[in-house]
Design a protein around this ligand. Sequence first.
Ligand code: MN
Length: 738
Amino acid sequence: MITIDVEDEKKEIIKRYRRLLRRAKPFLKDDDAKTIRIAFNTALEAHKDMRRRTGEPYIYHPLDVALIAIDEIGLGTTSIVAALLHDVVEDTDLEIEDVERDFGSKVARIIDGLTKISGVFDQGTSEQAENFRKMLLTLSDDVRVILIKLADRLHNMRTLASMPHNKQLKVASETIYIYAPLAHRLGLYAIKTELEDLCLKYTESEQYIEIAGKIIATKEARDRFVNKFIRPIKKELKEQGFDIEIKARTKSIYSIWNKMRKQNIPFEEVYDLFAVRIILNSEPENEKADCWKVYSIVTDFYQPNPDRLRDWISTPKGNGYESLHTTVMSSPGQWVEVQIRARRMDDIAEKGYAAHWKYKDNSGNGQSSGLEQWISRVREMLKQSNSSAIEFVDDFRSNLFHEEVFVFTPKGELKTLPHGATALDFAFEIHTEVGNKCLGAKVNQRLVPLNNVLKNGDQVEVLTSKKQKPNEDWLKFVITSKARSSIKDALKEERKAAAGEGKEIVRRKLRQMKLRLNNETVEQLRAYFDERTVLDFYYKVGKGVIDSTEIKQFKAARSIIPKDPKDRIEDAASFQKQLTKVREKQSDILLIGEDMDRVDYRISKCCNPIPGDDVFGFVTVNEGIKVHRTSCPNASKLLSNYGYRVVKAKWSSQMDNAFLTVLKIIGTDRVGLINDVTNIISGELKVNMRAMAIETDLGIFEGKITLYVQHTGHLEVMIRKLQKVNGVVKVTRIDTGK
Ligand code: MN
């Protein structure tokens, strides 16, 4: 039994609150401290009867989230207030109006955003996708919503141990699916790494423990190596008057695990287990030159790998990351990555977005950063996209992971695109209309096709033509979501226009044939041309893929349908009439297996029903009755839209007794043999095949076919017929027939 000392708890709560205030103190202005105190008291009161699963008072959670917002993301007063109150609207009696009245509209909007995205994210469902879209919409409103959400998620992940295992897995998979990539994209490197490691801890705990153990076990040897490696560099840097800090950073457990898995290597073979980071305290105006001076000193001692030089100082990454990376050969013959960066760059690299803003405010630097450009791109995407939520999330997520390439316009303007982007992506990046009219491009003065993949430093000039327009193929060679959604939009427009034209053509043709354009006729046309939807049919007519002579043939085919209108099955009622006629008694159930020669029916290919399945018959326009399973993917559409064409069906008692049997067929292989065999079984004899496995080796064909037969006489007929097939040498029944 746990006993709770209320007085001790109260003391602990106050202690934690004071710690928060101390951390916030350096940037508090005017009434900030008072506002934070009111927010704390409001949250404390609202959550007073609630406890976390750990048994601790609930208020610890908002206090910790606020602390993460300060210490690990670098957020200010508004965010601290919002973090303290982030769960009150969701979990307590307080309403958003109360928050707005007491803390103003800015805080209320953030809380509102946080409340809206509190739904669960089930991977791959449209509900999940919709939630994710909502979350991104808040990004276009106020980025702080997502930053606080990340702080909230980080704290929940840190305290995940107290949750039941199934909940742990669910929370962990959401985190790896959405939150870690988002943290990465927003430049919150430390948080991203911790989230990933925590996910691994709960999803692959054995491997997590093993890798963590090995990192600790190898630490001493690594430290020795690192010390030896940095000694000469450190000495030289000091002598030249640099104020530096050198750290050896071990790769995260998650990224080691990832590498082991992807390259299928053991821990011991992950060569870049750590990197050496040199951080300089340098004046902003000297940062770049100083980093290169340090580079020069490092490479005086160790030979660099020319292929591994990365200069993210001259051109920062899209998420704001700035650093100079080189990989050098150490004296025991091991490659070591060295990262060189100024203190400011290191802060941004670790804390991302908010830190970036802090420095920006101080420097008054007017240039918009990669991160802002990214956010404005997201905003634009959200504005223009009318794709489905799932499509949208797919497009968006693929954008989160891309590395970048840097290219130039003819006037020398720098454009950042995801790695793998093509000339066409570039055209859409310039402007949607430039993309839509893009004919090709000149890259470094040479003519290239639309699908040319751009490389760092390419200078790209887009060539356009008024006659050009987007086509389906274009989707195969663009990767930016902007290009994708623009092309999809254009195609949709074009499709609509073509379908409209098609509909007019159909209307004219039908009038000439003295037929009316109504749902029934259109549905018959769709089935006749075997199109998936009516719109597809109209579109093909509009594009001339289906021409008017073919539509005329439809009328001819339509008139072949039995002369005696009494016998024609076109709905359930006429089916019943005919069935009553052939059976000479009142009946409305199609008996599969018995009525074979009296009623025209087929087993549908979409769901392949077998005896025992629940089935129904569906009266088609040209193909008689088709038998579908009630669980067929098309069933709900057929049953709900065309109820008058649905007939009851069941397997005849003979079929109920049908038994599974396996036939072995041996023969000499030739083109079309399989087709001939299956035609006899399911076409001629209308027997249900359950499975078929065929092997061919050096011209010998050996097949095992599992099927339903009703009785041995039936089986003998089949074996005889199969033996007559050209190339078949032997047919035997191989099951024991228990
Ligand atoms: Mn929370």
